[in-house]
Design a binder for this molecule. Sequence first.
Ligand SMILES: [Zn+2]
Length: 102
Amino acid sequence: MYNFVYNMNHYYTSDDERVAKSVIDRKIREAKANALSEQFWEYGYNFCSDCLKSNGVMLDCSHTISVDEAQKTRRTELAWDVKNIKVRCRECHIEHDSRSKL
Ligand SMILES: [Zn+2]
């Protein structure tokens, strides 16, 4: 039973590579850290790439194509593609997510 659940817990990339959810989660953490540090190195600070606020906002890393959609459409590599991750403030992140669910 547990083995069955474990085996179900993986997704495919567009080159049919099978990736375990635990590996996906680790790669997403690394990609989010990279997105923040790339922005920091380019501009010298972190800010929301939608509304450009930096002060007094909580910054999140937000997927343009959601992890869920990437996994379901067998393009799991988008989950850790830095180009698919944008730094957004909490407000813009929620706004983006509610729009992409429509
Ligand atoms: Zn914002």
